[in-house]
Design a protein around this ligand. Structure first.
Ligand code: URA
Length: 320
């Protein structure tokens, strides 16, 4: 059965979004929006109360924080202009329209700008408990509009708390929302293949998303949703302390690094976030739509493999 014109248009817009063409994608589709009053309320609450900063572990040794040498890393380019301190006056009698909100939306802050790097590091033996504490803190979350967008399960993460490599995606889709695990649908199968091609098993890497709840109709997470959820992913990264983070697609790169640039311009460089080296590559869902780009993604993963000293799948003596 061929795709309807609506499905074709949606696929094309998703394609552009994955290439970093955000503003075309950021449409206000009334079917995927909450009532404006609720959005405004969330926005006002978020602006009035910045997320609290907490330290990570009560009983930890303090090895020096791992930060890659600055010469090899790119930092996010400085903001063109200072972000507005608020989108609108909280006393305003006329709340802004959704398009006004979008027009004044600031560039997100990077994870490093949002929360200072931890000085207390969680020892390996305590990491499972520390992650469980973060999950408990999230609870049955209603901190952002995604709680009311039809989500079924909060998708926390998958993987060992001592992983050297972490993948960060955008947000759960329908399969992830149903199972409560990240990357278990079609894009997840491709991600598994990518991980195996690197010579790793899925069970060896930590996988998480920028938002933990499925956005309605799989739309891109809104700024307020991503920045509300970031506090938990930051804690997860600070506990697991991967050596390398791979940002899968534009949304992951945007919020991890605090940049809003095309994926093409972000790929091929190393960045730093929470003491880990960050590489940016295409989202597996994008690669499913445009398999011609798989070779480019493989180049990105090969750089990650070199960084981690991975040799790819080892052929057994019987088959070599
Ligand atoms: N896409 C994502 O970004 N994350 C998932 O978990 C699944 C699909």
């Amino acid at each position: 059965m061929s795709a309807s014109p609506e499905q074709q248009l949606r696929a094309y817009v998703d394609y552009l979004r994955d290439l970093g063409v955000y503003d075309l994608y950021r449409r206000e589709d009334p079917r995927t929006l909450l009532p404006e009053s609720l959005r405004t309320t969330f926005l006002a609450a978020k602006l009035a109360q910045p997320a609290p900063v907490k330290t990570v572990s009560p009983r930890a040794q303090v090895p020096p924080p791992r930060v890659a040498p600055p010469s090899t890393l790119r930092t996010a380019p400085p903001p063109v202009s200072a972000p507005p301190t608020s989108y609108f006056s909280l006393d305003s009698e006329t709340p802004p329209t959704p398009s006004e909100l979008t027009a004044t939306m600031p560039k997100p802050k990077s994870f490093d700008e949002l929360v200072p790097l931890p000085t207390l590091l969680v020892p390996e033996a305590d990491r499972t408990a520390a992650l469980e504490a973060v999950r408990a803190e999230i609870g049955d979350c209603t901190r952002c509009p995604l709680a009311y967008g039809g989500r079924h399960k909060i998708v926390f993460a998958d993987g060992p708390p001592t992983a050297r490599l972490m993948f960060v995606g955008e947000g759960p889709g329908a399969d992830e929302d149903a199972q409560g695990l990240p990357f278990v649908g079609k894009a997840g199968q491709l991600l598994n293949n990518m991980i195996n091609a690197m010579g790793l098993q899925r069970e060896e890497v930590y996988i998480a998303n920028i938002v933990k709840c499925r956005p309605p109709a799989n739309r891109t997470p809104e700024y307020i949703e991503a920045t509300t959820c970031s506090q938990f992913l930051i804690k997860q990264i600070d506990i697991v302390r991967p050596e390398v983070i791979v940002a899968l697609g534009g949304t992951a790169a945007t919020y991890l690094l605090g940049v809003k640039q095309s994926l093409a311009s972000l790929r091929g460089h190393w960045y730093s976030s929470r003491g880990a080296k960050v590489a940016v590559t295409y989202h597996p869902a994008f690669l499913l739509r445009d398999p011609r780009q798989k070779g480019e993604a493989w180049k990105d993963l090969q750089r990650v493999m070199a960084e981690l000293g991975l040799k790819g799948p080892q052929r057994s003596a019987a088959t070599s």
